[in-house]
Ligand binder design. Structure first.
Ligand code: SF4
Length: 367
């Protein structure tokens, strides 16, 4: 048993909870700050108009440093930062893209920081400083620069969801739509995004020309309810995925789609929980569509564990090194993954169950 269960946990009885259809609450930051550089960018001014129309409190900084993000302790800093949207110009380093196998060829960040509150958050330990959401006002220039990374004769893929939830901030920035329109004009490049939010209506009519793969992150209902604060319920994400995939003539977006099952955790009765999830997915996608899958098992590093315990001191997330295998990366960093035998059991289950339900939808990777 990896995740502790509380008395109220649906998984403690071994019974899969009834699906809950609940949209994510739209994030309305308590503070929106713009740097002077951001307001020099036409796209930055566009974000300013959007935020003004939503009647949110706006500050224009005197210089390009964002201040006022620190609280008395880590918890307060977290609260302040998670309620702040900073619109800034991405530094030159953001134009030098990093490879991101196996998810995509390159990562390009339209923002860094996320309004959701996942207790295993992938950003913990990766972002510098308080977890404020920084949206990039010079996004159109960053998009133009991606052309230099395309490899001739090959579809080159660009992931924009590594450091934020792109739909979680879309109502404030319009950044994802900007990316989708841009990639819709390219032939050898594909945009990839993934979300735990369900507000996809504004994306349905965009001219994506099938150059964007729209993915949702899914998990067992018991994991999502316990650990993924601020996100849409699993059922709402499934409905969003359906809308994105349905053909235009049926009122959908006609996007190629994907499912990211992450982070997979062997909670009590995990086979039952994940079987239910895959069944619901199969019921939801009851039409022909371009679908693929990515499977990511839970892992943590010493650094991410420290940060997560500061952000979520009462978390029930299992991060016990004793039950894990240690893996080193080429830079000498350590991460803790499930032990090889557990990993094998999980992998075999997911491959078998996926292929039974979706025989023509490729699995891109397991990690
Ligand atoms: S959606 Fe992703 S980035 Fe946002 S809080 Fe959850 S894990 Fe972190």
């Amino acid at each position: 048993m990896i995740i502790e269960t509380s008395d109220s946990s649906p998984s403690s009885s071994g019974i899969t909870p009834a699906p809950l259809l609940r949209s994510a609450r739209l994030w309305m930051p308590k503070r929106v700050v713009f740097t002077p550089d951001a307001l020099n960018e036409p796209f930055g001014r566009q974000i300013y108009e959007r935020v003004s129309a939503l009647d949110l409190p706006i500050e224009v900084m005197k210089n390009n440093r964002i201040t006022g993000l620190r609280g008395a302790d880590e918890r307060e800093t977290y609260r302040i930062a998670k309620n702040t949207l900073a619109v800034v110009s991405a530094p030159p380093s953001a134009f030098r893209l990093q490879p991101i196998p196996p998810s995509a060829d390159w990562q390009m960040n339209l923002a860094e920081g996320c309004p959701a509150h996942c207790q295993y958050c992938y950003l913990a330990g990766s972002l510098q400083g308080p977890p404020v959401v920084r949206a990039y006002a010079n996004l159109p220039k960053m998009l133009e620069a991606t052309a230099g990374y395309e490899q001739p004769g090959k579809l080159t893929t660009f992931e924009v969801s590594c450091y934020t939830d792109v739909i979680g901030i879309e109502h404030l920035t319009g950044s994802l739509a900007e990316c989708i329109r841009y990639f819709g004009r390219r032939e050898q490049a594909q945009l990839r995004f993934v979300t735990k939010y369900d507000q996809v209506d504004s994306l349905l009519d965009l001219p994506h020309h099938c150059q964007t793969r729209a993915r949702v992150s899914l998990n067992a209902e018991a994991v999502a309810r316990r650990l993924e604060g601020g996100t849409a319920s699993v059922e709402a994400r499934l409905q969003a995925l359906r809308k994105l995939a349905l053909p235009r003539e049926a009122g959908g977006g006609g996007y190629p789609i994907g499912v990211v099952l992450a982070p997979i955790m062997p909670i009590p009765d995990w086979q039952e929980h994940y079987t239910h999830l895959l069944d619901r997915l199969a019921d939801t996608l009851d039409f022909s569509c371009d679908l693929n899958a990515e499977f990511i098992s839970h892992r943590f590093t010493p650094g991410s564990k420290d940060v997560l315990l500061q952000w979520y001191p009462n978390t029930s997330l299992e991060m016990d090194k004793a039950g894990r295998a240690e893996k080193r990366n080429k830079f000498g960093g350590t991460k803790y993954v499930y032990k090889p035998a557990d990993m094998q059991t999980l992998k075999q289950f997911f491959f078998r169950e996926w292929q039974q339900r979706f025989p023509s939808a490729p699995i891109l990777y397991w990690t």
